[in-house]
Ligand binder design. Structure first.
Ligand code: HEM
Ligand SMILES: *[C@@H]1O[C@H](CO)[C@@H](O)[C@H](O)[C@H]1NC(C)=O
Ligand SMILES: *[C@@H]1O[C@H](CO)[C@@H](O)[C@H](O)[C@H]1NC(C)=O
Length: 505
């Protein structure tokens, strides 16, 4: 789709416009007081911006080591990024109102940079986020009642997809395998049976997320003004919308007919995401295409985050099975014997919960968290002034690796949080879904991920079934495949395999 000369030419244009932008950029003077990681002169800061594309975690760590508890800045292609750390400053970011530090505008900037969502999915996804309160309230409130379905889909999918013969080891590409399971289990709750098991539907949703992530890195290099055109050239989105719409249209039309016919009398209405979207959408949103797009957006938020997060944890488990399988099996067996499988019983599996939390602490999906666009001049309690227009984010990597927050912070200790819970008697503070100023992989405060309660239930059901039914190891035994970085985003090695065998003892 893109030949090399086009990429070189376009990169040249991007570089030139960046230099011009920097030359005339007025914000620079207001920002001069904040220390910079990477060169900061008017014409050389682009070196920092390029380093940011391939070594963001290194720059962020350098910033933390030099300026812990304060602010530092990094040049991005089209704006400055100010990074803060320390409980005090992170809490100031959390508390700032949206008209000062805007989550939505930062997301919009990032969406512009990544998907050009406005030009591919339509401007309404920008401005009307009616699916967010649905995820936050209906989905989260229904977790107890829908858990049996999540569990059923997770167990069925894993049994089908990971089916080693006899006592043999079966090698499967970890991320692909996990994506299939996550897509099925999530869509059991989003659209229900039988569509959640449809291979074409799931493949389209998974590929959509991957297309978007791949375009992201490329589009990120260009000034905003060039992105709409480039976004349209790059993206396969309209085709994917049609492909997914083909599956959803008959279901949507059927449900609308039933809603029309029975109204409130329809007592056994489905308890799923599609139904909540059908009931809560207003005005122009009430078209099959717009409902399809909305389902894709929810799938997008859910699938790749959950799959990557789970795969990163699975690599920790498979690197050290002799240490972790035994204690987790013992815990899960005891809880299930006492109370079976339910959302409440999953909450009692503290070692399992701790393992997933520890994986996100050490190997979370982003070196930064809580990115905001500064809308009005913002002054931190240490006197640092941040002008409007720039991005402000919290240092997740530095915070999570700091020995003062987590003793031996660079070491993976799967039961770290279970031990902390036993130690200080605080039963909920250290659980997977809790956010604090020291734990920000889901963000923190009113914009923290609304899907995390669902994600936790789903990922714990997956991990519990794996641990109870399989032995696991890596191709190179004990050697965890190295993670990959794309700017500030971490991903697990996308091709590495995990070996599964039927549980032997
Ligand atoms: C382990 C899996 C997941 C991780 C690590 C994750 C992480 C995040 C993070 C970091 C944010 C931004 C918070 C901020 O900047 O303050 C976010 C927002 C969001 N997440 Fe998740 N997420 C996960 C799973 C899910 C799932 C399963 C869903 C849907 C069912 C979901 C739906 C959303 C939505 C809708 C938002 C936007 C919230 C808003 O605009 O206010 N996430 N997530
Ligand atoms: C979707 O919704 C937007 C506004 O919310 C409207 O302008 C547009 O016509 C709708 N598109 C389709 C294809 O239904
Ligand atoms: C990912 O893992 C595969 C298989 O273990 C290995 O061959 C490859 O080099 C790894 N890729 C990266 C980028 O580390």
């Amino acid at each position: 789709m893109l030949d090399a000369s086009f990429v070189y030419g376009a990169t040249g244009v991007a570089l030139l416009s960046f230099l011009l932008f920097n030359f005339f950029n007025k914000d620079r003077r207001a920002l001069d007081a904040i220390p910079t990681i990477g060169p900061s002169g008017p014409l050389v800061s682009y070196i920092g911006a390029f380093r940011y594309l391939y070594d963001a975690p290194g720059m962020i760590q350098e910033g933390y080591d030099k300026f812990k508890g304060r602010a530092f800045k990094i040049a991005k292609m089209d704006t400055w990024l100010v990074v803060v750390s320390g409980s005090k400053l992170i809490d100031e970011v959390r508390r700032a109102p949206d008209d000062v530090l805007s989550f939505a505008e930062a997301i919009n900037d990032i969406k512009d940079q990544t998907v050009s969502i406005e030009y591919t999915l339509g401007p309404n996804v920008h401005t009307n986020e009616y699916h967010i309160p649905i995820v936050r309230s209906q989905l989260t409130r229904s977790l107890t009642s829908i858990f049996p379905e999540v569990k059923d889909e997770v167990f069925t999918a894993l049994n089908e997809i990971i089916a080693p013969k006899g006592d043999e080891w079966l090698a499967l590409p970890a991320l692909d395998t996990v994506m299939q399971v996550v897509c099925r289990a999530s869509n059991r709750v989003f659209v229900g049976l039988p569509l959640c098991r449809n291979k074409d539907y799931c493949k389209a949703n998974v590929n959509f997320a991957i297309d978007v992530m791949a375009s992201a890195f490329f589009l990120n290099m260009f000034p905003r003004i060039m992105r709409p055109a480039l976004g349209n050239m790059l993206t396969l989105v309209p085709r994917t919308v049609r492909r997914i719409e083909k599956h959803l249209r008959p279901i949507i039309e059927d449900r609308l007919r039933t809603m029309e016919e029975y109204g409130d009398e329809w007592t056994d209405r489905p308890n799923d995401m599609l139904q909540w979207l059908l009931e809560d959408a207003e005005g122009d949103e009430r078209t099959v295409t717009n409902w399809t797009i909305r389902m894709m957006v929810v799938n997008f938020a859910a699938i790749h985050t959950s799959s990557m997060s789970f795969t990163l944890a699975l690599f920790h488990l498979a690197a050290n099975p002799e240490h972790y399988l035994g204690p987790m099996r013992e815990e899960i067996e005891r809880v299930v014997e006492e109370e079976g499988w339910s959302k409440a019983s999953m909450q009692k599996m503290r070692k399992l919960d701790s393992f997933l939390r520890e994986s996100q602490r050490l190997t979370g999906l982003d070196a930064l968290a809580m990115t905001r666009r500064v809308m009005k001049p913002f002054t931190l309690s240490d006197g640092t002034k941040i002008p409007p227009g720039v991005h402000l984010a919290c240092d997740a990597q530095g915070t999570h690796m700091d020995d003062e927050n987590y003793p031996s912070g660079a070491v993976f200790d799967g039961f770290r949080f279970a031990n902390m819970r036993d130690g200080d008697g605080e039963s909920t503070k250290h659980q997977f879904v809790s956010t604090t100023t020291d734990y920000i992989p889901f963000g923190h405060g009113r914009h923290a991920c609304p899907g995390r309660f669902f994600a936790a239930a789903e990922l714990k059901a997956m991990m519990a079934h794996l641990v109870m039914n399989y032995d696991v190891k890596l191709e190179a035994e004990g050697v965890r495949p190295k993670d990959l970085w794309l700017s500030t985003s971490r991903s697990p090695n996308r091709t590495a395999k995990v070996l599964f065998r039927k549980r032997q003892l």
